[in-house]
Design a protein around this ligand. Structure first.
Ligand SMILES: [Zn+2]
Ligand SMILES: [Zn+2]
Length: 359
């Protein structure tokens, strides 16, 4: 079978032939991979800035945003049948007995940092024709989501953030009628977050670099959002232009932008950070003003990474809803390429969400 492998030692990214997996045993499921989404993490790995092969290996298979079809099941599998569509989760638990989250199946909250992630750290990914996976790490996807199901994994990150946001809002014993939302960044995660907020009835603004008459602005308008370009309104002019936001969802990974938007956060507001900035020198800002505002206005800043099983399931439900509400902007996110073009696409983004189609 074909697989796209990254070798950090040789600094190579290439399509190779690998032996097909054996037949599934016990609770294993043999999957035929259909689509693999490519994201910023994959591109960091292909620039050799991030990513670790499994113990003892020099290279590893890339790809963590997968949609696959069940080809065969082990004798103890009860949840899946041949022909069904599935999305595998990405993170696998660490082995520490003291890691309560991993022992409880919530490795997205792992405290040891010794987890593995398929296609990212210490485990092969899914960018191959066939893969073997344990039943417990698979999420069922209805056939109606065949062409957009590859978005389940990135959307699961948004759904975990939504779970945290919902919990935090439970502190209010009163109704906040129509929360106003600001999303920083118009990449796939930012756009999926904006779709989620818009579908929930929030007045949603997306802030990014592209011009206000560009295609992304149109796409955002198509699902009911508003687009603000940094070319027209710099981040420190946002508050004046759109007014305070009850929730800010950050998906840019640029600390200068993330913190400069803090004054937009309304009283009692919740600020969700999902971007991971590159390691660099310490930075300082208006520490006095931020601390005053946070305390005097009961504000919350929360960081969110990865996703648990419930967030994956919620992502499937939400994708079905998006497909009913705004199918056209949803499908417009995706741009498919065949496997032989994958080594190019992992270097440079072409669409909003580039997808490698294998089968
Ligand atoms: Zn990703
Ligand atoms: Zn752990």
């Amino acid at each position: 079978m074909r697989a796209l492998v990254v070798n950090p030692h040789e600094r190579s990214v290439r399509v190779v032939e690998r032996p097909a997996p054996r037949a599934p045993l016990t609770n294993e499921v043999l999957l035929r991979v259909l689509d693999i989404g490519i994201c910023g993490t994959d591109r960091e790995i292909c620039r050799f800035e991030y990513g670790t092969p499994p113990a003892g290996a020099q290279e590893f298979v890339l790809g963590h945003e997968a949609l696959a079809e069940v080809l065969a099941v082990g004798p103890d599998v009860t949840l899946f049948r041949t022909g069904e569509l599935v999305v595998p989760t990405v993170r696998r638990p660490c082995s520490s007995a003291r890691c309560a989250p991993c022992r409880a199946g919530r490795q997205d909250f792992c405290v040891t940092n010794e987890f593995s992630e398929r296609g990212i750290v210490r485990a092969d990914g899914y960018l191959a024709d066939l893969v073997l996976e344990e039943e417990r790490y698979l999420v069922a996807v209805p056939n109606a989501l065949r062409d957009v199901g590859v978005l389940v994994e990135p959307l699961s990150v948004v759904c975990k953030a939504a779970e945290e946001y919902t919990l935090l809002r439970e502190r209010f014993a009163f109704e906040v009628p129509h929360p106003r939302a600001l999303v920083l960044g118009a990449g796939p995660i930012g756009l999926l977050a904006a779709m989620t907020l818009s579908a929930d009835g929030s007045e949603t603004y997306v802030f990014s670099r592209e011009a206000e008459d560009g295609p992304r602005s149109k796409l955002i308008a198509d699902f009911g959002g508003h687009y603000i370009s940094s070319r027209r309104t710099p981040v420190d002019g946002l508050l004046q232009r759109i007014g305070p936001a009850d929730v800010i969802f950050e998906a840019v990974g640029v600390p200068e932008v993330a913190w400069a938007a803090l004054p937009v956060l309304a009283a009692n507001g919740i600020y969700v950070l999902t971007g991971v900035p590159a390691i660099g020198e310490p930075m300082l800002g208006d520490l006095r003003g931020w601390m005053r505002n946070m305390v005097l206005h009961n504000q919350v800043i929360v960081g969110v990474v990865n996703a648990g099983p419930s967030a994956y399931q919620q992502a499937v439900v939400l994708l079905e809803r998006f497909l009913a509400l705004f199918p056209q902007p949803l499908r417009a996110l995706l741009r498919r390429v065949p496997l032989d073009q994958a080594p190019e696409v992992v270097k440079r983004a072409v669409g909003t969400k580039d997808v490698v189609s294998l089968n």
